[in-house]
Write a protein that binds this ligand. Structure first.
Ligand code: NAD
Ligand code: WQD
Length: 336
């Protein structure tokens, strides 16, 4: 059975990936110090996966301890999720972001080189496209400088990997550029755990519907889109998780490759609200507000390369994602 190290495996995307890996016969070894997760997720994973995974509470910035994990466990592949991810927070405490996201990445890469790991999967983001010239982005669409320190950590992460592969071929590497992951496992046992007031649309919607927030503010309705609100490529987190299984199985000849992980379809903020109302049977209170600085008008993925070369395609609809997100929000209430 293949042992896969999953840094940040107790987090939102990581935990769903752990489930997908166990379902396909892998043994994930989660390395996560739970700084942005909780025992609730580990309990959910235990119910879903039994003894199919291992968990180690370790800070990946502690290089010696990280190396001892590689020494002890015979790791064959690494999926690297562990990072801080809040765009707004990264503008307030940039050093914390550069420290964790870049030192963490470099430690993991050094361990992969030292212990001869064959495969590395990096959590990148559509944020590396910045404000694109077109609405739909391809993997070879030129990258633009990101708006935030968080975005820069992903941009630099990809650059570090390019530099590492320029003169050597250390290990097969795939950068997965996620678009907007939403939803939760349909069991309601794992999902996103936003800390404090959510920045992202989906947790804000579900918390508003649950009565935790008074109303949703729609950031701008004067964009040049059909209903005036921004358009994004929202993708079910279980589809994102399955892309990682395909990445591990990918037998590409390119030592370093990049894939868009989206649905290929854009949805506006108001369309998300309307669909949420349909799946939840509620009427979400919202107000139209000012634009949020730094937001781009519209972006969605071209996914032809992922389909053709990775053999992966999103299977779930936005409706399913909203239904599962709402189900998770209601389960979370029971933990309070
Ligand atoms: P998350 O915060 O839910 O998960 C990250 C996990 O990493 C957390 O469980 C946290 O405890 C852990 N972690 C962070 N620093 C650590 C450290 N130094 N040592 C050990 N554990 C550490 O985030 P997520 O939404 O699951 O995102 C996973 C990855 O995907 C991140 O790299 C993120 O930047 C990237 N990404 C996320 C999104 C998104 O919208 N969620 C979009 C694009 C890219
Ligand atoms: C989506 C849309 C908002 C909240 C972020 C990161 C990006 C990537 C994905 C990690 C936008 C609108 C939101 C609210 C609203 N993450 N909105 N009211 O900005 O596309 O991308 O997550 O790599 O790097 O920047 O996602 O969920 O914040 O916003 O109207 O209360 O919802 O303006 O149009 P975003 P989001």
């Amino acid at each position: 059975m293949k042992k896969v190290l999953v840094t940040g495996g107790a987090g939102y995307i990581g935990s769903h990936t752990v489930v997908a890996l166990v379902e396909r016969g892998y043994h994930p070894i989660i390395v996560d110090d739970l700084r942005n997760s909780s025992l609730i997720i580990l309990e959910g994973l235990k119910k879903l996966c039994g003894d199919g995974f291992s968990f180690l509470s370790i800070d990946i910035c502690d290089k010696n301890i990280l190396f001892s994990v590689f020494e002890d466990h015979g790791i064959q592949a690494v999926i690297h999720f562990a990072a801080y991810k809040s765009v707004g927070e990264s503008c307030v405490v940039p050093l914390r972001y550069y420290q964790n996201n870049l030192i963490g990445l470099m430690n993991v890469l050094e361990a992969c080189q030292t212990f001869n790991v064959q495969k590395f999967v990096f959590s990148s983001s559509c944020t590396v496209y910045g404000e694109p010239n077109g609405r739909q982005v391809f993997e070879n669409t030129p990258k633009h400088l990101p708006e935030s320190p968080y975005g820069f950590t992903k941009w630099m992460g990809e650059q570090i990997l390019e530099d590492l592969h320029r003169n050597t071929q250390p290990f097969n590497t795939l950068c997965l550029r996620y678009f907007n992951p939403i939803g939760a496992h349909p069991s309601g046992l794992i999902g996103e755990l936003p800390v404090g007031i959510p920045n992202n649309l989906l947790p804000y919607i579900t918390q508003t519907a649950a009565g935790i927030r008074e109303y949703l503010t729609v950031f701008g309705n004067d964009y040049p889109t059909p209903d005036g609100t921004c358009i994004r490529d929202y993708i079910h987190v279980c589809d994102v998780a399955e892309a990682h299984v395909c990445a591990l199985q990918h037998e590409g000849y390119v030592p370093l490759d990049v894939f868009n992980i989206g649905t290929g379809k854009g949805t506006s903020v108001l369309e998300m609200v309307e669909t949420f109302n349909v799946v939840s049977g509620r009427e979400l209170p919202y107000k139209l507000g000012d634009r949020r600085p730094g937001d781009i008008t519209e972006i969605f993925a071209n996914v032809e390369k992922s389909e053709a070369e990775l053999g992966w395609k999103a299977q779930r609809t936005v409706e399913e994602a909203l239904r599962d997100a709402w189900n998770w929000e209601q389960q979370l209430k029971q933990h309070d």
